[in-house]
Design a binder for this molecule. Structure first.
Ligand code: ACO
Length: 378
């Protein structure tokens, strides 16, 4: 067997062949099935982009309509899932609530007909349709309120904001939210997608695939960074404090949240679009002092770390957009999951098409032939 060099974080090691998305980290390009995200953000919708990723082609008018209708019909969650969620502690993190609920959904659909296109379609629809309802339901129930039923006359994103805030959202806010979902839906072999593919490779059900990916997305080095960006901007508190804050963190060898990326060595193309979206919201609903802090931070970090290729990533501006929409900070990562579920499912489907179970190796650096020491001699 060929002996390979151990690469921490598997940096640069291909884990799959995939035609779902493509990143050029030097040029700042991201494509979904070959289409640039700038174009999708300007012209597509989240559900259309999800369809493109999962089934490989843009849908025809009829196909899109049918998919949207199926998702609309499956938005409601079972009362038993709702009752289960009511028992979750209100102090628990919504990502944990989402992970548990996504896994629980699998209890209701335990048949694993993985090679049947109808089963794949049904699971895709069910997961994409119900995850936003679960996130909104937990948000209301942890405040002691009853969850709000989905509204069939509202589009996917508008309906989520309606369920969350119990009122019909502003049209611009709903449109911008939908674009945010497009920007977060897929991103090649990141940690949560890798996790999804490993789980998928065991031929378990898609609910377990999504639940394991949700667990992986929650960490502060991955999707959880968007929450920490807002906490960081609040801690900085003023434009004047930016430089001393950055210098102190760098001196203490601490990371600056929302900056840096394993692949991008330029500003993340998603951050560029998110910044524009934030500005559109500020123009309509008034500015945000944290945006000024964020802009100053981007300048200072570029000055200090630009030579290392450290620039804002997707998480840097997304929090400011969600904050302006009145979304609580700890829902930022669950919202990331609402989008990313479609990417995970595209990888699930691709993994199944040419499956081989993941079973990497390791470099053992422990001891050998160690005698057992009886308890009374330790
Ligand atoms: N702040 C300060 N320095 C940084 C940062 C940062 N955010 N990111 C990387 N660096 C520095 C490291 O200190 C290291 O410097 P050195 O070579 O002098 O030791 C160098 O850049 C390489 O950094 P690594 O951590 O080795 O890069 P890696 O590819 O392993 O990590 C990661 C990428 C995890 C995204 C990292 O940049 C980071 O921790 N960023 C902050 C958290 C964050 O924003 N995560 C969200 C990423 S996007 C997403 O997952 C959706």
């Amino acid at each position: 067997m060929m002996v390979c060099e151990y690469k921490p974080g598997l940096e640069g090691i291909p884990a799959a062949q995939s035609s779902i998305s493509y990143v050029d980290g030097q040029k700042g390009i991201l494509e979904y099935r070959g289409i640039r995200i700038e174009e999708l953000a300007a012209k597509s919708t989240f559900l259309e982009t999800a369809y493109l990723l999962i089934w490989g082609e843009l849908p025809s008018k009829e196909e899109l309509k049918a998919f949207e209708e199926e998702v609309r019909l499956h938005r409601r969650i079972k009362y038993r899932i709702r009752d289960m969620m009511k028992c979750f502690p209100e102090s628990g993190h919504p990502m944990d609530a989402l992970q548990a609920s996504a896994a629980a959904l699998g209890l209701f659909y335990s048949l694993r007909d993985l090679h049947n296109p109808a089963y794949i379609r049904d699971s895709v629809v069910r997961l994409i349709a119900t995850i936003p309802t679960m996130v909104a339901a937990f948000q209301l129930m942890r405040k002691g309120n009853d969850p709000v039923k989905p509204r069939d006359d509202l589009d996917y994103s508008a309906n989520f904001l309606y369920m969350l805030h119990e009122k019909e959202p502003d049209a611009l806010a709903a449109k911008i939210f939908d674009i945010c979902l497009i920007l977060h839906v897929e991103h090649t072999m990141n940690a949560s997608t890798f996790s999804a593919r490993v789980t998928a490779s065991t031929l378990t059900d898609p609910y377990a695939v999504v639940a394991s990916a949700v667990g992986t997305l929650g960490g502060p080095l991955h999707g959880g960074a968007n929450e920490e960006v807002i906490q960081m901007l609040e801690e900085i508190g003023s434009v004047e404090n930016v430089r001393p804050y950055v210098e102190e963190r760098l001196q203490n060898k601490q990371k600056l949240m929302g900056f840096g990326h394993r692949v991008y060595k330029v500003k993340d193309p998603r951050a560029i679009i998110l910044q524009e979206l934030a500005e559109q919201l500020f123009d309509k609903f008034g500015g945000d002092k944290y945006y000024e802090i964020a802009q100053e931070m981007e300048r200072v970090v570029e000055e200090k770390l630009g030579h290392k290729g450290i620039y804002p990533n997707v998480d840097f501006y997304s929090g400011l957009v969600y904050r302006k929409m009145g979304i609580p900070t700890d829902l930022f990562t669950p919202i990331f999951a609402i989008a990313r579920v479609a990417g995970w499912l595209a990888h699930w489907k691709e993994q199944l098409a040419e499956n081989r179970i993941f079973r990497p190796t390791q470099v053992y650096n422990g001891k050998h032939e160690v005698p057992y020491t009886p308890l009374d001699q330790r």
